[in-house]
Design a protein around this ligand. Sequence first.
Ligand code: M6R
Length: 364
Amino acid sequence: RKGGYEYFMLKEIHEQPEALRNTIAPRIVNGLPDFSEEGISDELLRNTKRIVITACGTAMHAGLVGRILIEKLTRIPVSVEIASEFRYANPILDENTLVITISQSGETADTLAALRLAKENGSMTLSIVNVKGSSIARESDFVLYTHAGPEIAVASTKAYTVQLSALYLFAFRFAFVKEKISQQKAQEYITLLEDTIDTVAYVLSYDTQIEAISQRLKSADDLFFIGRGLDYALSCEGSIKLKEITYIHSEAYAAGELKHGTISLITDNVPVIALATQADVYAKTISNVREVRSRGAKVILITNADVQVDASLCDHHIMLPPMEAEFTPFAAAVVLQYIAYYTAVARELNVDQPRNLAKSVTVE
Ligand code: M6R
C-alpha cells in the first residue's frame, strides 16, 4: 500500500504534483478559474464584502497563505480564525461575510461547529474539503473539493498544498469578478499556478540535500522557524510539521518579532530555519538572520533563486527554483515537509503515527 515508500508521509509528499494537477485542472476554463460546477456564482462573489477563514492546524495555516493572497489581489478584508476559538468568540458575522472553512477530513469537530455557527449567523459558507461527502462538505452552502486522494499519514502534506491551490484559484476568480485584476492578468496567474506543479515536482529532487541537513537537526532540543509575510505563514506550517512528528520543540516567529522576547532563546547551535523568499522584505529578514547568527544560531536559509547569498550568512542554503514570489509557498512547503520527515526518520520515530495524535479530530 505504501507503493515502495518507507512511510505514507513520504509517498504523500511525492504525490503532490498529481494532487495539484487533479485539483487545478478541472477548474480552468479558457485559461480562467471557473467554479460553475461548484455553483459558486459571480453574484455571490460580488456581494462578498469580507471573508473569514476558519480551520484547525495545517488547514488553518493554508488559510494564512490564502489571506495574504486574497487581500493583496482584492483589498477585501480577510481574517483567519482558529476554529476552536472562533466557535466560542461570539464572532461578528453577517450576510455579506463569506465564511470559508478548510478541512482535509471534513470531520474536524471544531471546524464543523464553526461552520454551523456561521450559518446560524446568516453568512454564506464555502468549504475547501478533501473527503467527498464528509460532514463539513454536506453542511456547507458551497464545496470546493480538493483532489489529493486519501491522506493516511497523520502529518498533512499533500492536503495542505492542494488547499493552497484551491485558495489561489479562489483568489484569482474573486479578484477577477471584483474587477481588481484584468482577464489577462487572471490568465497569467493561472499559467503561473499551473507552472507551479512542475516546480513542486522539481523540488522533490531536493531530498538528498535535505536528508543531509536533517542529520544535523536531529539532536536539537529547540528549533525556530522565522519569516515575514508569506514566509511567516509557511514558518507556522513548517513548525507544526516538525514538532508533531519529531517531538523537537519548535516555534514559528515573525522575523521582526524576535527581538521582542524570543531572541533570548537563541544561543550557540540552536537551529533557525529562516525563510527569505519574498523580495519586498528580503533585506529585513536577512538582517534578522544576521542577528541570530551573531548569537550562535545554526542557520538554514531558504531563498529564491534570484538572490546572491553570502556563504558567511548561513550554515546551509536551500535555493528554490526560479518562480514568482507569490507562488513560493508551494515549493517551500515541500522543503519544510522534507525537513520534518527526514529529521523524524533520523530520530528513528514512527513517522506516520506520532504519539498522542489522531488523523481526524472528531471530538473537541
Ligand atoms: O482534517 P482537517 O484538515 O480538518 O484536520 C485539521 C488538523 O487536525 C490537521 O491539519 C493537523 O494539524 C495535522 N495533523 C497537521 O499535520
